[in-house]
Design a protein around this ligand. Structure first.
Ligand SMILES: CC(C)(COP(=O)(O)OP(=O)(O)OC[C@H]1O[C@@H](n2cnc3c(N)ncnc32)[C@H](O)[C@@H]1OP(=O)(O)O)[C@@H](O)C(=O)NCCC(=O)NCCS
Length: 188
């Protein structure tokens, strides 16, 4: 069984980004992301209705860090010092050395390679510090930007789960991707 420990909080840094713990003042960023129907188009999750719900979500994410269950980071653009998104590892299964990657970036910061850059650092943390064996990503098959992020980080497509989720009055397909620890070495 893998031992998960997120204390002290692991701050990460890449060429253009800092990844730090989310704080209550990030609620406007989280709300902007999770209340925007365009940004949530491929995520079968309810839209947030107010800032209070964003604060609750941040508190929940931080509680999971404190409980060493899952971890999320706020992504900060170095040049503007702005929090531009959040991403992390969740639905971790330490008994299987396995976890799942999730990410969201504000629309005005997309398509500059930021998510791919941050994901590389998160994978390095997952494989080198925590010693996960497998990181999964489960995406909507129509989410081409997300697919590109995974391809650029050497994830392999495993297959399609047909209509495995029911949300918003319809069934959604899921595409499963993964990367294993020894495949991360090949991304350098
Ligand atoms: C998915 C997401 C996080 C990607 O963030 P990002 O910072 O723009 O990602 P990157 O810039 O690192 O890479 C995006 C790639 O997708 C490509 N892309 C963007 N939109 C695309 C589209 N509609 N069709 C095909 N490719 C697309 C970009 O050109 C880029 O590829 P390239 O570097 O080869 O040119 C962002 O689009 C987002 O937050 N989406 C909404 C939330 C979401 O869907 N999250 C993922 C849930 S699984």
């Amino acid at each position: 069984m893998l031992h998960l420990s997120f204390y002290p909080f692991p701050e990460l840094e890449s060429a253009r980004l800092f990844l730090r713990r989310l704080k209550p003042s990030d609620s406007s960023m989280v709300y902007a992301l999770r209340s925007n129907p365009q940004n949530m188009k491929y995520l079968p999750r309810p839209l947030l209705k107010n800032l209070g719900q964003a604060e609750d979500l941040i508190a929940l994410m931080n509680k999971k860090i404190d409980n060493n269950t899952d971890i999320n980071w706020a992504v900060v653009e170095k040049k503007s010092a702005k929090a531009i998104g959040f991403m992390g590892l969740y639905r971790s299964k330490p008994e299987h050395y396995s976890t799942e990657l999730g990410y969201m970036l504000l629309p005005e910061f997309q398509n500059q390679g930021y998510t791919s850059e941050a994901v590389h650092k998160i994978l390095e943390f997952a494989f080198k510090k925590i010693h996960f064996h497998r990181v999964e990503a489960i995406i909507d098959p129509l989410n081409d930007a997300s697919k590109r992020v995974l391809e650029k980080n050497n994830f392999k497509r495993e297959g399609l789960l047909r209509q495995n989720e029911f949300f918003g009055g319809r069934f959604w397909d899921s595409e499963v991707y993964s990367i294993l620890d020894f495949e991360f070495e090949l991304t350098k």
